[in-house]
Design a protein around this ligand. Sequence first.
Ligand SMILES: Cc1cc2nc3c(=O)[nH]c(=O)nc-3n(C[C@H](O)[C@H](O)[C@H](O)COP(=O)(O)O)c2cc1C
Length: 167
Amino acid sequence: MKEISVSAIQDNLFDVLREKWALVTAGTEENCNTMTVSWGGFGIFWNKPVATIYIRPQRYTKEFIDKEKTFSISVLPEEFREALKLCGSQSGRDVDKFQKAGITPAFEEGTPYIAESNLVMVCRKLCEGDIDPATFSDKQYDDVNYPNKDYHHYYIAEIEKVLVAEA
Ligand SMILES: Cc1cc2nc3c(=O)[nH]c(=O)nc-3n(C[C@H](O)[C@H](O)[C@H](O)COP(=O)(O)O)c2cc1C
């Protein structure tokens, strides 16, 4: 893969999350995990380019995100749709998702990402917190999104490096 600047990203990141989805990968070369995400955001915070991800507390991947200072967001070609479905429905607690989904962990200065990606964002955590239902502007959001009261934990992270597949 080759490095490009954040401003050289060609993809519409709204469409990427909503339609293509992405894999959030975290951990170390010894042990890492990945999961599918389709909720998140990209923007500017503290004058830095950032990604925000929303992770429910029961996700195994959360344990890896919490232990390390960095994680990655990987966008894969359409042919990996089934792999993304698998990584979004099975837990790394129960299966080796890399092996089962046919994807390969690669590492950028120790941060795991998915080798088969078209686009990778290597992210460094800046701040995080819990989504608090007391702050919802309407109670319907609680009923619709949190029937199990498993409120997301959000992470705002600086996009430190962007990698794209070489043509
Ligand atoms: C399309 C799609 C999008 C998802 N987006 C999120 C998300 O943004 N946040 C989240 O916590 N879970 C999300 N999930 C669910 C996790 O990917 C799923 O629970 C996964 O199995 C967790 O794996 P883990 O336990 O190995 O971390 C999504 C699942 C799918 C299929």
